[in-house]
Unconditional design. Structure first.
Length: 207
């Protein structure tokens, strides 16, 4: 008996064609859905600040300090970069410090030195500066600690100078030669003559 073999090739071909058709139909539906969604623009808020502005010059530095008050005694609350523009709202009576809008501070304002910025857009009103801050604590010196560094040096008595006694210089009194009396030279000559005479007598007696 002969077996009947099923021809599988036409079946695989049909399945492949059906898969391609399904994939094409799904891609077309997805394309139509994406085309139907239009992008919605995001509204942006743009605005240009009006009024006086300051432009940071720096004065030779890449940035300038923003302080909480119009003095170098006030703490630094931020910095501004050279070329940055910020709104200005006032100045000190002498015009040395300018008050600006600075959102990074507690009250939204700050002070910059007038000689490191350039004012543009008009004159600034005079703002009464706040009082200069005083330190929270007053430095005091502990007297006990200070006493440890105080050295009591007793006074030293200076040596006294006693003048030496006067120097006694001996004086020589010239004694005049005696003019009276027997001269000693004659006595010596007489003794020598007597000795010579004695020697001659002894010599003649031995003969």
């Amino acid at each position: 008996m002969k077996r009947k073999y099923v021809q599988w090739k036409p079946i695989w071909l049909a399945l492949f064609v059906v898969a391609v058709l399904l994939w094409t139909a799904q891609a077309a539906v997805a394309g139509r859905a994406a085309a139907s969604i239009e992008p919605t623009p995001i509204p942006t808020v743009t605005g240009t600040p009006t009024g006086p502005m300051v432009v940071v010059l720096g004065g030779g530095n890449p940035q300038v300090n923003v302080r909480a008050g119009p003095s170098s005694r006030w703490p630094i609350i931020g910095v501004l970069i050279v070329g940055e523009r910020v709104p200005a709202i006032g100045r000190t009576p002498a015009g040395e410090w300018i008050k600006i809008v600075y959102p990074g501070s507690p009250d939204g304002t700050g002070w910059v030195y007038a000689y490191v910025v350039r004012l543009e857009g008009g004159e600034l009103p005079i703002v009464e500066p706040p009082p200069t801050p005083t330190p929270a604590t007053t430095p005091t010196v502990d007297p006990t600690l200070a006493a440890q560094f105080l050295v009591d040096v007793p006074p030293t008595r200076l040596p006294t100078f006693t003048a030496p006694p006067p120097l006694a210089v001996p004086t020589f009194v010239q004694v005049a030669p005696a003019t009276a009396g027997f001269p000693s030279a004659l006595i010596i000559i007489g003794l020598l003559a007597l000795g010579v005479f004695g020697m001659m007598v002894s010599f003649w007696q031995r003969r």
